[in-house]
Write a protein that binds this ligand. Structure first.
Ligand code: XIL
Length: 342
């Protein structure tokens, strides 16, 4: 494998890595966001997880999944399936997420109470989840997607900002830290590569947290991008976030080849080549711009094209990941791996 890497750059294909895996070749952790249902019901999916040494809970730890019907009922059935699997296979677990403006159950959206009552459900949710998985989950996305594209805080569509005030983000981090003094706490968001204003808002939040002694250990760059995403935007966010000294996680990587949602599009060679080059670019930028002590790793959002949220969420034909519909390595796998060393 190493010989083919050194000697024939252009000719390297995914088949040259037959005896290796992503995790065995990478200088940092390589993750995937997974579903307990597929883990239990799809052997090819489960087998492909041997490529990864970090796992993010895709939906299983979201509020809607863990506290679906009332403040007194917690459901950890899905999350526990993932956690047991990761413990048995020695994979790091990244918890996603404690606080988000979306995916909250109806009882939360309709909750009536003063700010103390809102604070009580907020704190209870955060601390119940963090305490339950203390020593098992290494890191959490504490708050997800708090800022708008123009850098302002989401307020009108975020129950937490509406009922707890703008400092809800700091509160969430403080409550999480109280529940587990050693778990790493991340802020996670999307679109920074297209929005310098959002990047600036996140950097200002980090500066403010440092000044006030609010705990924060890392920043997640979701990186849901497409083949037309400008590369300088990717470089800018990775470089600026690395300068904070925090751990940096490319937390939800996928590369759409069909941003125009063309129903007749086929996954042709030209698209695969562009996608492969961009996978290489992302991995390369991360490896070279983020100091190794800050590299929390790169996580793809889902495992193979068949289970990608891009297909289900946007209802379109797309092929955004490293594994195909049958969980075979795609040619773009070689582009991703090239980023580990070239
Ligand atoms: C997505 C899941 O993948 C879907 O299954 C679900 O229906 C909606 O949420 N940013 C995030 C993730 O932080 O939680 C989202 O996950 C994708 C976008």
């Amino acid at each position: 494998m190493i010989i083919s890497l050194c000697c024939s750059k252009k000719g390297v294909t995914q088949n040259d890595y037959a005896s290796s895996t992503l995790q065995s070749l990478a200088p940092f952790k390589i993750g995937a966001a997974i579903s307990p249902y597929l883990l239990q019901n799809n052997p090819a999916y489960k087998q492909t997880l041997s490529e990864f040494n970090s796992i993010t809970t895709e939906n299983a730890l979201k509020w809607g999944a863990t506290q679906p019907s009332s403040k007194d009922n917690f459901d950890f059935s899905g999350a526990d399936v993932i956690v047991s699997f990761c413990e048995a296979s020695h994979k790091r677990i990244h918890g996603h997420n404690l606080v988000w403006y979306q995916y909250n159950p109806q009882w939360v959206n309709q909750f009536q109470g003063d700010s103390a009552a809102w604070d009580a459900i907020f704190k209870n949710h955060i601390q119940t989840l963090v305490s339950r998985y203390k020593g098992k989950i290494s890191s959490w996305d504490v708050v997800n997607e708090a800022f708008n594209e123009d850098g302002s805080l989401r307020v009108s569509n975020c129950v937490w900002a509406l009922h707890l005030g703008k400092d809800y983000i700091a509160k969430a981090f403080t409550y999480a830290r109280e529940a587990d003094p050693s778990v790493l706490l991340f802020y996670n968001d999307y679109g920074q590569e297209n929005s310098p204003a959002k990047t600036a808002a996140i950097l200002a939040m980090v500066k403010d947290f440092k000044q006030r002694g609010i705990p924060i250990d890392g920043l997640g760059i979701q990186m849901h991008i497409n083949i037309n995403t400008p590369r300088d935007g990717i470089t800018n966010v990775v470089r600026q976030f690395a300068a904070t000294g925090l751990k940096i996680h490319i937390s939800e990587l996928d590369i759409s080849v069909n941003p125009q949602k063309d129903k007749n599009l086929l996954y042709n060679q030209a698209l695969q080549d562009r996608q492969s080059d961009l996978f290489y670019f992302v991995v390369h930028q991360y490896r070279t711009l983020v100091p190794s002590s800050q590299q929390w790793g790169i996580t793809t959002w889902n495992v193979g094209d068949a289970d990608s949220w891009i297909r289900h969420f946007n209802i379109k034909n797309d092929w955004p990941l490293l594994f195909d519909d049958n969980y075979k390595r795609k040619p773009v796998y070689a582009g991703f791996i090239k980023g580990f060393s070239e």
